[in-house]
Design a protein around this ligand. Structure first.
Ligand SMILES: CC(=O)SCCNC(=O)CCNC(=O)[C@H](O)C(C)(C)COP(=O)(O)OP(=O)(O)OC[C@H]1O[C@@H](n2cnc3c(N)ncnc32)[C@H](O)[C@@H]1OP(=O)(O)O
Length: 395
């Protein structure tokens, strides 16, 4: 489109961005939603697309830190993406993504992440599905019998206003055990994780917070249901104590947990597996390596090895080509002209980066080519993480 122009959206236009989101996502924006979205858009890098005098599209990128194995990396968390229904399928999104890639690279962020409204959109831009989540439902009309002895230390309820200071260190400790989460600052806790508001459509209370010395749960209640928002524990016994607390809340007969890690312990801990049902499974966060060598150097690896990866990246030319990756305690990644062990797309590299998808699986389905027998299994061993990646941050 010749008259397409990509430019920054000034802070004066935050409400126009919010209204635009309401339009493309078919949502009624309530006053309290404006407050939250203003806060989020204010801290974002805001990209707008204009066609003549029409605001045709928008994209926001939040500077965040993402937990990867062994640490955290700077990340553009992409959100509020939309194109007017009158201007769709003319390359507006593609132009905004190109600008987002350039901004992230200029800011030195090795990765970008997003939650996709539709799975078909972002693979073409080099995003791969990096983690998944499951939905659990627990029948608590009878006592929840567990095979794991709950940690007996006392639990206490904490006022949400005081929670960030108490939950922050517990959450950070959890991030070091499991990749995929975002580092939360005090505002992220207050605005995004613990908003002081009921969910009137579902008749659910504002968030409640229960804390253990080594874990916490955030939940809402209503209509006989406990809805679990977030649960973090350093080990299985602490986790058992939190689940038993939730299962024992009076005047409720079920727990609904819309987002739990794919390797959640509760289905295994339940003495009667019929009491805990996995009611859904879905793709969660998509990841894009903005700077392939920087991203590969930034994570820790479970085993040492060298691999020549032939990466196909049509959207970020600096990533395109062959890379010699040395995993192990001092990871290195340099360009090379050597013959590749594996050929893969940027999107598939994003999918395997946190260890949530196996390279061998992608070889089996024909998406990744293994030139050196055994290379996929060796890379899987290096990518392996003790706990499956999981993202429970809404952005
Ligand atoms: C992180 C987030 O915020 S996710 C939210 C994304 N936003 C929404 O879902 C809101 C409603 N939808 C929209 O606003 C728009 O349709 C968008 C943003 C999804 C796409 O914007 P467009 O400007 O139409 O995309 P654009 O024209 O650049 O498309 C580029 C390519 O992607 C394809 N594509 C775009 N959207 C979709 C889709 N929803 N499903 C399948 N393919 C798609 C196009 O067909 C095109 O393919 P091609 O290169 O082979 O021709």
């Amino acid at each position: 489109m010749t008259d397409l122009e990509i430019r920054d959206v000034p802070e004066d236009d935050l409400d126009q961005m919010i209204d635009f989101s309401g339009l493309v996502f078919h949502q009624r924006i309530r006053e309290r939603d404006y407050e939250r979205w203003r806060w989020m858009m204010r801290r974002a890098e805001r990209i707008g697309a204009r066609v003549g005098d029409v605001r045709a599209g928008q994209l926001a990128a939040l500077p965040m830190r993402l937990a990867v194995p062994g640490g955290t990396v700077d990340c553009s968390a992409v959100t509020a993406v939309g194109v007017l229904p009158t201007h769709r399928r003319r390359g507006v999104l593609s132009a905004m993504i190109e600008r987002m890639h350039a901004d992230a690279a200029a800011a030195g962020r090795p990765v970008a992440a997003l939650w996709a409204s539709e799975g078909a959109i972002y693979g073409r831009y080099g995003f791969g599905l990096a983690d998944r989540a499951v939905e659990l439902e627990v029948d608590t009309s009878r006592p929840l019998a567990l095979r794991t002895e709950p940690d007996p230390r006392p639990l206490r309820l904490v006022a949400p206003a005081d929670a960030p200071a108490v939950l922050g260190p517990l959450h950070e400790a959890a991030l070091s055990l499991r990749p995929g989460g975002l580092v939360r600052d005090a505002e992220w806790w207050t605005r995004n994780i613990l908003p002081d508001e009921e969910l009137s459509d579902d008749q659910l209370t504002a968030p409640r917070v229960v804390v253990h010395p080594e874990g916490y749960a955030i939940y809402r209640t209503g209509r006989g249901t406990v809805r679990l928002e977030d649960l973090v524990a350093t080990d299985a016994r602490v986790e058992a104590a939190l689940w038993q607390y939730l299962a024992g809340i009076d005047l409720t007969s079920r727990i609904k947990a819309p987002s739990r890690p794919v390797d959640d312990l509760l289905p295994h801990m339940a003495a009667d597996p019929d009491q805990v049902k996995v009611t859904g499974a879905y793709g969660a966060m998509w990841l894009r390596l903005i700077d392939v060598p920087a991203a590969l150097r930034a994570r820790s690896w479970a085993s040492a090895g060298t691999f020549v990866l032939d990466v196909a990246d049509t959207r970020i030319p600096a990533n395109h080509g062959r890379w010699r990756l040395a995993t192990g305690t001092a990871p290195a990644c340099e360009p090379t002209a050597d013959a590749p062990d594996l050929s893969l797309s940027a999107a598939d590299l994003g999918a395997v980066y946190l260890g949530g998808t196996r390279v061998s699986t992608l070889v089996r389905i024909g998406a990744v080519t293994e030139h050196t027998p055994g290379a996929a299994a060796r890379l899987d061993a290096a990518l392996a993480v003790p706990l499956a990646p999981y993202t429970n941050d809404d952005f």
